[in-house]
Ligand binder design. Structure first.
Ligand code: TYM
Length: 321
């Protein structure tokens, strides 16, 4: 059977980029195979240095992912740290991982440039991520484009293990990056990212979230004149929340002139708010039933450990442990 896996870091509030880049494809793929979805709390430790905060973000991410349609009856949903075996595989991978491979990783360089401490954990982040993927014999990994390089590292490391210890020791996975949402733009046109402070929250409060949209930068084209479509920051976001017809109409109203940017932003704010309404309602239910979430994660941990044991036994055998 096809195995699908993805993880998200509990390092802050989820945003619309996380949703379209990873969560929505993950939820859709649940129907096509065995899905393993997890909360990457070991990874989040590279940037979150407060125990209470890490716990709170972890909890929130669990609720958010379930609200977005992760079906715990169908998929295995777990906390990364509930399967500590992943660290053993990470170690094994690290013994075949050239330092130069990690030195090339953009995300390490970006984070250090942003002031995060250049710890060994941050440097070795891609090795642990490779272990996450390989531990479950994953075939397909839905992620945003910013993770493409990490998936290449994963494929590389799996290849090196197979070369050294025999083909079939590890399954070499395929990334799934949907071009249309590979990079969801933020409110300033750069990639939407927590570290750029340009995010639209997935589950924010209504007024502050809509206010963020009203502050999107626009040029000074007068109301009556046609608005440039190509460099609009409004249209690519609107496209995520609107159906084809509504999107085409919005483009036409840009081209015809006669409507101000304020009106477009209001329409975007409404579309955004309505799009997530059903998930918001589900989220309210989940928040009021913490026992259910605990139970999902406990069951998920058990299933994940069972699957991990199969791969790890095979790998230990192959490498001579
Ligand atoms: P994280 O939490 O930083 O990001 C979670 C997912 O959101 C995607 N994403 C975006 N997609 C499109 N447009 C954007 N603006 C945008 N911003 C974020 C990311 O690409 C990612 O898919 N390293 C992973 C966590 C992880 C993981 C794994 C993923 C740990 N182990 C194993 C897959 C498999 C990460 O960056 O998470």
């Amino acid at each position: 059977a096809m195995r699908i896996l993805t993880g998200l870091q509990p390092s802050g509030k989820l945003h619309v980029g996380n949703y379209f880049g990873a969560m929505e494809p993950a939820v859709k793929l649940q129907e096509e195979g065995d899905a393993f979805y997890f909360i990457a709390n070991y990874h989040a430790m590279t940037t979150v240095r407060d125990a209470a905060e890490l716990r709170a973000y972890t909890r929130e991410l669990a609720v958010d992912f379930l609200a977005c349609g992760l079906d715990p009856e169908r998929s295995v949903f777990f906390r990364q740290s509930d399967v500590p075996e992943v660290n053993e595989l990470a170690w094994i991978l690290s013994t075949v991982c050239p330092i130069s491979l990690l030195e090339k990783c953009h995300s390490y360089k970006d984070k250090v440039a942003k002031g995060f401490s250049p710890s060994h954990g941050l440097f070795a982040y891609p090795v642990l991520m490779a272990a996450d993927i390989l531990l479950y014999d994953s075939n397909q990994v839905p992620v945003g484009k910013d993770q493409k390089q990490h998936l290449e590292v994963t494929r590389d490391l799996a290849g090196k293990i197979n070369e050294a210890y025999g083909e079939g020791t590890l399954v070499v996975p395929e990334p799934i990056i949907r071009e249309s949402v590979a990079v969801v733009p933020g409110l300033d046109g750069q990639k939407m990212s927590k570290s750029y402070g340009n995010t639209l929250p997935l589950f924010g409060e209504e007024k502050p979230s809509k206010k963020l949209i009203m502050r999107i930068k626009t040029d000074s084209t007068p109301v009556e004149e046609p608005k440039p479509v190509a460099d609009s920051l409004i249209l690519p976001l609107f496209r995520l929340f609107a159906d084809e017809d509504a999107y085409r109409e919005m483009v036409a109203r840009h081209e015809s002139g006669g409507t101000g940017y304020g009106d477009f932003k209001k329409q975007l704010a409404e579309a955004y708010w309505d799009y997530f309404a059903p998930m918001r309602a589900k989220r309210e239910e989940l928040v009021s039933d913490p026992g259910f979430v605990d139970e999902v994660l406990a069951k998920g941990a058990e299933k994940a450990r069972a699957a991990a044991a199969i791969t790890l036994d095979r790998v230990r055998q192959a490498v001579g442990l």
